[in-house]
Design a protein around this ligand. Structure first.
Ligand code: PMP
Length: 352
């Protein structure tokens, strides 16, 4: 059976996430706040009135226009996906193959590597500096030295929380020749999108998602923003009708009601800073700053796996990221509600 598959697929390690029972879930960078019931009911009402027997529009023009306006970009440069993961897949499959190279700063979101491996592409990894900053000069040198077709940047970066400045993104764009993907999955928590750069560069694609700040991970919705001519090419590799009518309707309602719920962001940013200060004050912990809705911290005395397990046994789920390159002591915690964060901090202090 295995021999029927391309060797890259047969050799690929599975992407697994073990689910433990939990009472507090701080392991997947989700938003702890839930859409108010009246908004969900409004969406359910619209769904009940729709015809499920019919396909969605072949190109959902009015939805694309609203999302483009929400994101601050052109509708014809906006590609909608079943999660931003789908757009990532679309870009990777359109650009990479055996013999092509992608530059990835490490540590970062694991999916980039999995997709590139599965396509048989060469992966040129660039370690972050000791303080978990992007090594911009080395990214540029590596991209040029390998004649990379693709450079993937994640800002704020998962799992370190590091952000790239506008100057750094521009430096990479100006110093290289490949397509640059900037994954902004967590951008609302840093407050600084680079969407404006799309006006000046025709090799830049920005990815955003409704899974984090918009509290809609279960809906599966994300999008890519880029030069219209390039996005039209990528559109050929996207499956028709990739978004179901439920997601499209819910996303429209979320945009309508965003002014009522965007207080989430400020609250989560305040909480992130509070949790970071508390972590920084704990013995045996090195806490890092973050522009996202999660924090990277390192355990200096105990093994991170032990701390993870002790917390999981108490029903508090965080992420053990110690297998990521350069993060042997690393744990990542998502910012939750103030009550969840208090519980996490109290229990962490007890298990350290
Ligand atoms: N990019 C990054 C950096 C992420 O951390 C995640 C979620 N873990 C995604 C993309 C996936 O987002 P989506 O749910 O939109 O597919």
């Amino acid at each position: 059976m295995k021999t029927l598959l391309r060797p890259e697929i047969a050799e690929l390690a599975e992407y697994r996430l073990t689910q433990y029972p939990f009472r507090i879930k701080l392991n997947q960078n989700e938003n702890p706040y839930e859409l108010p019931a009246e908004i969900k009911e409004e969406i359910a009402g619209r769904l009940a009135a729709a015809r499920w027997s019919r396909y969605p529009a072949f190109v959902p023009h009015s939805e694309i226009e609203r999302i483009a306006a929400f994101a601050g970009w052109k509708p014809d440069g906006t590609l909608l996906g079943n999660g931003s993961n789908e757009i990532l897949q679309c870009v990777f499959t359109s650009v990479l193959e055996r013999g092509k190279t992608v530059v990835i700063s490490q540590p970062t979101f694991t999916l980039y590597q999995i997709l590139a491996r599965g396509l048989g592409a060469r992966i040129a990894e660039v370690p972050m500096t000791g303080g978990f900053e992007f090594d911009v000069e080395r990214i540029i040198r590596t991209a040029n030295g390998t004649r990379a077709s693709l450079i993937v940047l994640c800002s704020p970066n998962n799992p370190t929380g590091t952000c790239l400045t506008r100057d750094e993104v521009e430096k990479i764009l100006n110093g290289t020749e490949g397509l640059v993907v900037l994954d902004e999955a967590y951008v609302q928590f840093s407050g600084e999108t680079r969407v404006d750069l799309l006006n000046r560069y025709d090799r830049l694609i920005i990815l955003q998602t409704f899974s984090k700040a918009m509290a809609a991970a279960g809906l599966r919705f994300g999008y890519g923003l880029g030069p219209p001519a390039l996005m039209a090419q990528l559109d050929k590799m996207k499956l028709p009708y990739n978004l179901n009518i439920f997601t499209l309707m819910a996303v429209m309602t979320l945009i309508d009601r965003w002014p009522d719920i965007e207080w989430w962001i400020g609250r989560l940013i305040e909480e992130r800073e509070r949790v970071r200060d508390a972590l920084a004050g704990m013995r045996g912990i090195r806490a890092h700053t973050s522009g996202a809705n999660f924090l990277l911290f390192e355990t200096l005395e105990k093994r991170p796996g032990e701390v993870f397990k002790a917390l999981a046994e108490r029903g508090i789920l965080i992420r053990d990221v110690s297998a990521y390159p350069g993060l042997a002591q690393g744990l990542r915690v998502t910012v939750g509600t103030p009550e969840e964060n208090d519980e996490f901090l109290k229990n962490l202090a007890e298990v350290l």
